[in-house]
Design a protein around this ligand. Sequence first.
Ligand SMILES: [Zn+2]
Length: 164
Amino acid sequence: MASDNKFMVRTRTPFLGFPGISKDDFDYGVYATEDIEIAEIVVRLSGNWIVEPSRTSIQIGERHLESSTGGYVNHHCDPNCVVLCNLVDLTLTERLVPIDVKIKGSLTSMMISNPKPVLVAIKPILKDEEITFDYNTTESNLANPFKCNCHGNWIRGKAHRFQE
Ligand SMILES: [Zn+2]
């Protein structure tokens, strides 16, 4: 398995170092550093599980993952990645499953008690393209709702899917 990451976190526009402008004022994003094929695992999300969602956390089932890289992945309504969980089944085969599978049962819950969330490409991604996923597919309630850049819809989370 290749261990080299095919992404980097960087600002969307170059940081020019003007006086009075800090790096915090710039939008960050995660960008492909080489071409990525469809169905490839792009980012293995790791970090701390927290109870309440934050501005940068990613909801996995009923938990929220504060991931250093994941926190920089921006929303897109027509994204090139999707968040899935990677789990090892009884035959030690890695399987990608939806994040909201609610399977009960001893063996299965043991297997998915330590889910390894990953960003998986659902489109071919070219080098220098921004890595995105749809926040409405993971979050029930966004801690910081916002209007998306593509068509100005409010992105609030799954709980608000059928509202305007
Ligand atoms: Zn949009």
